[in-house]
Structure formats: structure tokens, C-alpha cells
Ligand binder design. Structure first.
Ligand code: 13P
Length: 253
């Protein structure tokens, strides 16, 4: 049985003082999620990690939005996995479409990061998803399959199910135009089949696959009741404790 997972992605939002405000107000959220057997957390800007983790501790998952694949070295402006580990961060979003679009992140680079995170016993949340153009051309599956194959290159059998996959169609991110439950299920199921072909049915049944893109309290339950959708990667609705809590309660009620 795969445990449901709600993961927030703050993107480039919240100064440390705003992040602290959220963290202080989020105490009940963690309790509520745990008592309903839901894993829940937020991935936040680097600069917010230390203060947020200090307050939230293990009540919610606190993750980063990116990392470098090298342990240290001449990579100005980057943050390494050992740096994150030392402050108790174990989850990292990899390959978000905004990084792929604006920062030239490729699936090959994501693969290096995934391998480095797994080597360190951490959880990569690997994002995939197509543009509107690819969707309109009817090429979503071949596009996503390529991203999955490249991202999982050399990932060992025993590590594969530790990766969380997030399917986020770019056309549904921040647009309010979310993909239908049927589309989300169809592509998440397809991703699971791809994992099965790369590994086996055991790994495919264990790996968690999230949907992301304009997930709101009104739509969350519909997605999470799909057979192959194990949770959501949430942008806008995770920015305030109240709206994030509403997302959780909409699912569990
Ligand atoms: P929104 O929920 O704001 O559409 O963002 C989705 C997303 O990109 C999460 O990573």
C-alpha cells in the first residue's frame, strides 16, 4: 500500500521571516496529516531551510528545491548534498519544469543529481511533464518516457522505488488550467508501466507518483482517488498554512 504524499513547492517565494511565520503556524498541520496517514511537507528556498527546519523539525517533511550533484568544489552559487544533509534535509525536488525552462536543466543533469541523492540516502522528487505544444501534438507519453528513462539511468534496482516521481504538465502549472483526473491517471499509470519495464512489477507497485499543476482544495480528492496517483506536488496552494490545511482536509474529509 503506497502512502499518500502531499508536497508543497514554494518556488521563489517567502523571505526567511515569512517562512518562519508559516513554520510557526504549521504545527497542527503535521499532526493532522500523520493521524490520517498522509505524508506532508514543503520544499522551500535554500535560505529558508535552516529557520523552517528548526521550527518544523520532523512534524512536516522539509525539502529543498534543487541541489548540485558534486559534494563540493568550484560551483559558484550552488548548494551541495552534504550541506543539505548537515541541516537535516533529506528531500530534494529535481528537474522541475521551471528549472528545465529557465536554467537549462536537462534530464541527464537530473540523473546525476538523483544518483548523488540516492547515494546519500536521500529522496529525490523527480519532475517530468510536457509543454502545451507537445500535449497538443499528442506526444506526451513518448516525451515523458524519455524523461523517465534518462532520469533513472544507472539507478540500482534496490534504489528505484525510493525516487518519488512528479508528473507536472507544464500547461497546468500556475495557470489554473489543471489536467483532468483522467489525464493525470492515464499519464501516472503510463509512468508506472515505464518503471515496470525498466525494473519489475514490485518496484512499479512501490514507487510513488504524484500529480502537480494547479492542485486546489476543490480538485485534490479527485486526483488522489485515482489508482495510480499517490499524491500531489502543490505550488500556490501550499504557500499559506490555511490553504494548505484546506487541501489536506478536502482530501481526508
Ligand atoms: P501550482 O500548484 O501553483 O500550479 O504549481 C505546481 C507546481 O509547479 C508544483 O511544483
Amino acid at each position: 500500500m503506497r502512502r499518500k504524499l502531499l508536497l508543497g513547492n514554494w518556488k521563489m517565494n517567502k523571505t526567511p521571516s515569512q517562512a518562519i511565520e508559516f513554520a510557526k503556524a504549521s504545527k497542527d498541520l503535521g499532526k493532522l496529516a500523520r493521524s490520517n496517514k498522509v505524508d506532508m511537507g514543503v520544499c522551500v528556498p535554500y535560505i529558508d531551510l535552516v529557520p523552517v527546519k528548526k521550527i518544523i523539525k520532523n512534524s512536516l517533511i522539509v525539502g529543498a528545491e534543487n541541489c548540485h550533484y558534486e559534494d563540493h568544489g568550484a560551483f559558484t552559487g550552488e548548494v551541495s548534498i552534504p550541506m543539505l544533509k548537515e541541516i537535516g534535509i533529506n528531500w530534494v525536488i529535481i528537474g522541475h519544469s521551471e528549472r528545465r525552462t529557465y536554467d537549462g536543466e536537462t534530464s541527464e543533469k537530473c540523473n546525476k543529481k538523483i544518483l548523488a541523492l540516492l547515494k546519500n540516502g536521500m529522496v529525490p522528487v523527480y519532475c517530468c511533464g510536457e509543454s502545451l505544444e507537445t500535449y497538443n501534438e499528442g506526444k506526451t507519453k513518448e516525451f515523458v518516457k524519455e524523461q523517465i528513462i534518462a532520469g533513472f539511468k544507472d539507478v540500482a534496482y534496490e534504489d528505484a522505488s525510493k525516487v518519488v516521481i512528479a508528473y507536472e504538465p507544464i500547461w497546468a502549472i500556475g495557470t489554473g488550467k489543471n489536467a483532468s483526473e483522467e489525464i493525470a491517471e492515464d499519464i501516472c499509470k503510463f509512468i508506472r508501466t515505464t518503471i515496470k519495464s525498466l525494473y519489475d512489477v514490485k518496484v512499479a507497485n512501490k514507487v510513488r507518483i504524484l500529480y502537480g499543476g494547479s492542485v486546489k482544495p476543490a480538485s485534490v480528492k479527485g486526483y488522489l482517488s485515482q489508482k495510480d496517483v499517490d499524491g500531489a506536488l502543490v505550488g500556490g496552494a501550499s504557500l499559506e498554512v490555511e490553504s494548505y490545511k484546506e487541501l489536506l482536509t478536502s482530501y481526508i474529509d
